[in-house]
Ligand binder design. Sequence first.
Ligand SMILES: Cc1cc2nc3c(=O)[nH]c(=O)nc-3n(C[C@H](O)[C@H](O)[C@H](O)COP(=O)(O)OP(=O)(O)OC[C@H]3O[C@@H](n4cnc5c(N)ncnc54)[C@H](O)[C@@H]3O)c2cc1C
Length: 454
Amino acid sequence: MTFVRQNLGGWGNCPVLPCAVARPDSVANLGAALTQGGQRDYIARGLGRAYGDSALNRDSGVLSSTGLNHFLEFDPQTGILECEAGVSFAEIIQHLLPRGWFLPTTPGTKFVTVGGAIAADVHGKNHHVDGSFGQFVLSLKLLTADGSVRICSPTQDSEIFWATVGGMGLTGVILSAEIQLLRVESAYYDVTYRRTGSLDQTLEQFAATDSTYRYSVAWIDCVARGASLGRSVLMLGRDVAATDLSPRLRRSPLVLPEKRIKAVPFNFPSLALNSWSVRAFNGLYYAAHGDCQKLVDYDTFFYPLDGIRHWNRIYGQRGFVQYQALFPRETSREGLVELLERITRSGRASFLAVLKSSGAAGQGMLSYLFPGHTLALDFPNTGRSLLPFLQELDAIVLRHGGRLYLAKDACMSTETFKAMYPRLPEFLAVKQRIDPEGKFMSSQARRVLGLGGN
Ligand SMILES: Cc1cc2nc3c(=O)[nH]c(=O)nc-3n(C[C@H](O)[C@H](O)[C@H](O)COP(=O)(O)OP(=O)(O)OC[C@H]3O[C@@H](n4cnc5c(N)ncnc54)[C@H](O)[C@@H]3O)c2cc1C
């Protein structure tokens, strides 16, 4: 199996690191790459949608799983799908939505692999009701450091299972998984849009609707200040039964008409996104969304950014970091106010800011969410001044008992990570047992575990 030296980035293109990449097209070749690849250590990579350095390994091995992209078994009665880890959510939707099955939960892009979704224990707009993706993984096959394959599930080798769900590829390479899909009658959602004038109103709306809407998300105007701080457009969604569709849509309720996809053809100059353009965009977006109710297809509702391929290029060659912070319910108001005030004061307006309500914690030892509110923001990479600013934000998040999401992170320090993830010792004990020599390692892991050389 050949390893090709390549400069790789995550979705934020920050950092971009030299890695040795192998693209095996079978489980046997993947095993050979791991046992005979001659690299210092290895990390699995799916579609590279983690924003930072989770799927990067400076000067060492990256094992792409996208060649493992076969559907293995599907039971149309129960909706249980067994597939290889490189199958993407887009492929699952393409093949199984027409048969009445959808993802039980999904991140804001469908261009993620099943392996990447398990490794990050991803969440969607329904976390407050359904939890994260790991809840729907019935079992998985894991290629471990000694080259053996282990089958694990919540009842078989459960410690390894819950270290792997949310474990960011550090326990081994997920080869395949059995997942429980969600039965749906249509490809459409009934979406209520509500505009709020302040953060308090936004949080009140979440509290009032968490038990009545399966899906919710708020777009926050993160340049608004004073009494308008945290004003937002809340989107509340429900699944739609086929019988509730118009006669035209009822004819094929599970199939969408073909859409034209736009693309950003090249990296924008770094000046294109500045505080003025972001302010203008935020103002316009807020003004354009009054209170209303609409029928929206799944693509528009779950994946608005997928409509513009390579949208990350608008941040230019230097890229950007995404910063996703979670605050416990009890402190989220104070934490969010402090965070948003610090951001508006800095003049580093985020182009997109998305707030979600989160429910019960997943069982993954490093899973991200627990009950509270999670805010995701983008910051252009402005070079050396960015890190101290993010560290100030980290301190705010820590002070309020919150944490950052590994799938978005590119900068978190060792001390911050240890303080934010109290189950880390439990995770490390499992890793030590099945990977004593640290064969699975990423640049992010070296940084957050304080191992140096990331
Ligand atoms: C536009 C956009 C919106 C997003 N919205 C959300 C959201 O709403 N909620 C959310 O939770 N996340 C969100 N994400 C993040 C994304 O869901 C996760 O980063 C996901 O892990 C990406 O999957 P991937 O296949 O691209 O994995 P990669 O980015 O390639 O890898 C991510 C991690 O998974 C590990 N991994 C990948 N494949 C395997 C495997 N086969 N075995 C073991 N480990 C593996 C890698 O080592 C790495 O640690 C979003 C990302 C983008 C770009």
